[in-house]
Design a protein around this ligand. Structure first.
Ligand SMILES: NC(=O)C1=CN([C@@H]2O[C@H](COP(=O)(O)OP(=O)(O)OC[C@H]3O[C@@H](n4cnc5c(N)ncnc54)[C@H](OP(=O)(O)O)[C@@H]3O)[C@@H](O)[C@H]2O)C=CC1
Ligand SMILES: Cc1cn([C@H]2C[C@H](O)[C@@H](COP(=O)(O)OP(=O)(O)O[C@H]3O[C@@H](C)C(=O)[C@@H](O)[C@H]3O)O2)c(=O)[nH]c1=O
Ligand SMILES: [Mg+2]
Length: 300
């Protein structure tokens, strides 16, 4: 299987590249300048050159706060850009696996969100990603839209790396405790995306295509937490292995003003992905520990 993934340095792109050999697949990263989501005309030629069996749409505008001051650019990249990627996959004649986010929800529900719960993004990033979901579904019926959340990895920028960096120079940090969600390792996302992609490809060769495999799925690390508890867990693991340590003082969202509003509850229910695709991600604590061990080893 030959996978073309959009983006070059992103967490999920780097994770797919790292996991390719283990799964016996080839991963080709297609990104700027050849493929620029802000320039839709670049998308089809660049993806066609990669001659993929599967397109993974992982590139996105992910700066949640900055999106509030440039919502048009976020919309162009995450909405129209994602649609162009799915349309290109359709033109090439292959399925697309597209990554979306927990931030499509408003966060007012008192249980983990299921795929058919109403969306209602409360920020520009979430709105742009919801447009992307719609554009992908409209452009290519052969799609799986995987909503994930709170992504971390040894690559790129993420919450674990921020905590370890800031924790190295401070005794105490304040972190919001009233936003709940599901931390997800990009390396686990890579494994899951390859499994889902394989299912899509296998079923399209069957006489009767299995429509249940298409559509929207929630895909996060198992279990859930809040940002303050995530931070304390990071520091207790780090301290156990001789890494940076800091006290975490839990605060409310009101005490931590940011340009973008974020959902208070964005836990996602992964039951459908397990049932339909046979894919369940590891517990967030296990994968968090693995990520921290790697970061500490790399820093040593
Ligand atoms: N990070 C998170 O916490 C979460 C992410 N997601 C979604 O998962 C997916 C992967 O996220 P993640 O790997 O963390 O992303 P990152 O923020 O690590 O990387 C973003 C990627 O998008 C690429 N990109 C940005 N703008 C453009 C553009 N105009 N044209 C082409 N490529 C562009 C970047 O390119 P370059 O390589 O050139 O820098 C980079 O590869 C995204 O769709 C995101 O919305 C969902 C939930 C949580
Ligand atoms: C660094 C820091 C953050 N926070 C808060 C801000 C925010 O509410 C929360 C997490 O901060 P971040 O900047 O990592 O959050 P954010 O960039 O909103 O993370 C989101 O990114 C996009 C791409 C997604 O799709 C989401 O799933 C989610 O992962 O913690 C603190 O309370 N104290 C701190 O020291
Ligand atoms: Mg951020």
């Amino acid at each position: 299987m030959r996978i073309a993934v959009t983006g070059r340095e992103g967490q999920v792109v780097q994770s797919l590249i790292e996991r390719a050999a283990h799964h016996g697949v080839t991963v080709v990263a297609v990104g700027r300048p050849a493929l620029d989501l802000a320039r839709p005309e670049t998308v089809l030629p660049a993806l066609r050159d990669a001659a993929p069996d599967l397109v993974v749409s992982a590139a996105a505008y992910t700066a949640v706060d900055k999106a509030e001051s440039e919502p048009e650019l976020a919309e162009r990249i995450n909405g129209a850009g994602a649609g162009a990627v799915a349309a290109a996959a359709a033109a090439i004649g292959v399925p697309v696996v597209h990554l979306s986010t927990d931030y499509v929800f408003d966060g007012t529900l008192d249980r983990p969100y299921r795929e058919d719960d109403p969306t209602g993004p409360i920020g520009a990033y979430g709105r742009s990603k919801l447009s992307g979901e719609r554009a992908v579904a409209a452009a290519n019926p052969d799609h799986a839209i995987l909503r994930t959340a709170w992504v971390y990895s040894p690559f790129g920028a993420n919450f674990i790396k921020t905590m370890l960096r800031v924790g190295a120079t401070r005794d105490e940090l304040t972190v919001v405790a009233d936003q709940q969600g599901c931390p997800t390792a990009a390396l686990d996302i890579a494994d899951a995306v390859i499994a889902v992609g394989r299912n899509l490809i296998a079923s399209r060769n069957e006489a009767s295509r299995d429509e249940a495999l298409r559509g929207v799925f929630h895909m996060t690390g198992s279990g859930s937490t809040n940002w303050a508890e995530f931070a304390s867990t990071i520091f207790s693991i780090s301290a156990r292995h001789g890494g940076p340590e800091a006290r975490v003082r839990p605060i409310t969202t009101a005490e931590y003003p940011t340009p973008a509003r974020r959902p208070a509850n964005s836990r996602l229910d992964g039951t459908k992905l397990t049932r339909v695709h046979g894919v369940t991600l590891p517990d967030w604590r296990l994968s968090t520990e693995r990520c921290i061990l790697r970061l500490l080893a790399a820093a040593a």
